[in-house]
Design a protein around this ligand. Structure first.
Ligand code: SAM
Length: 287
């Protein structure tokens, strides 16, 4: 029987053998719970039809399971000291390719066209938490031809991603993520599932890419409005937009009236459609 990578004793053995030092600054917390590893693949509905981009394979724990379930796995890893380890741990996994690099810098559409043949590309990752938002931002903004993104993040970030209007967690991250995707929290993961243990609990969130998006006149203006609205979330939408967009109150009041939005509401009460209406009335900004 092949030893599986999620066994804590095997992880320890590997770490010792290669004298590996966990890097806190690279967000290295490796999974040591087989149930969680299996569930991630189940919730991702990974099948032999799928090509997978994994971000940050670590010592290959999730990669190994993905390799059994998917057609092909391409895993981008930044930490060079993991490459000799991955050579050993993923020795039998012939459909896995490790690509050295920084997920924030690598040309992803080029990578996809070079490495993948399937129509179904899914992204799966236990993310390094220090760059969760830039990674998600990049993956969504580039509008890559992908089916879904399944990622492990801090549970508090997962809550913000899927929050609805009128709740305290609802903010610009919710609007951003929900404009591009339909988010669903599929798994809660305790600290004990990792080595070393992180300080926060985690959650796996599935971001199913929307084929049909809310209509926007100008995407950049839309996100500027959203950012301005939430920059001072305690203020009324009239005041936060006026100061955030450096525009006089009379103009903002007229725009809100035209969009049929009560100027006394706060950003957290507005839906994505409301922000879309406001931004369609505004002229494009150069701020
Ligand atoms: N997937 C493994 C697991 O679940 O056990 C490791 C997850 S660990 C939370 C995050 C991984 O991302 C680490 O292996 C780390 O070295 C890698 N990483 C950190 N920053 C990265 C970046 N900018 N680009 C690619 N990988 C990165």
């Amino acid at each position: 029987d092949k030893k599986r990578l999620y066994s804590p004793s095997y992880v320890k053995e590997i770490i010792d053998k290669y004298n590996f030092r966990f890097s806190k600054s690279l967000g290295q917390n490796f999974l040591i719970d087989g149930n969680i590893v299996r569930k991630i693949c189940e919730e991702g509905e990974i099948s032999k039809e799928d090509d997978i981009l994994e971000i940050g394979p670590g010592i290959g724990t999730l990669t190994e399971e993905l390799s059994y379930k998917a057609n092909k796995v391409v895993a981008v890893e930044l930490d060079k000291s993991l490459f000799p380890i991955l050579d050993e741990t993923l020795a039998g996994c012939n459909n896995v390719e490790i690509v050295p690099g920084d997920i924030l810098k690598i040309d992803l559409s080029k990578l996809f066209s070079e490495k993948f043949e399937s129509e179904n590309i899914k992204i799966v990752a236990n993310l390094p938490y220090y760059i969760t938002t830039p990674i998600i931002g990049r993956l969504l903004e580039e509008e890559l031809d992908i089916d879904s993104i399944l990622v492990m993040v801090q549970s508090e970030v997962a809550e913000r991603m899927k929050a609805s209007p009128g709740t305290k967690d609802y903010g610009s991250l919710s609007v951003f993520v929900q404009y591009y995707t339909d988010p669903e929290i599929v798994l809660l993961v305790p600290k004990t599932a990792f080595m070393p243990r992180p300080n926060v609990d985690s959650a796996v969130i599935k971001l199913k890419i929307r084929k049909e998006k809310i209509e926007l006149k100008d995407r950049e203006t839309f996100f500027k409005v959203v950012k301005a609205a939430f920059s001072q979330r305690r203020k009324t939408i009239l005041n936060s937009l006026s100061s955030g967009l450096k525009t006089d109150k009379a103009t903002i009041r007229a725009i809100l009236e035209k969009a049929d939005i009560d100027p006394k509401l706060r950003a957290e009460n507005l839906t994505i459609e409301d922000f879309s209406k406001i931004s369609a009335i505004l002229p494009p900004f150069n701020i």
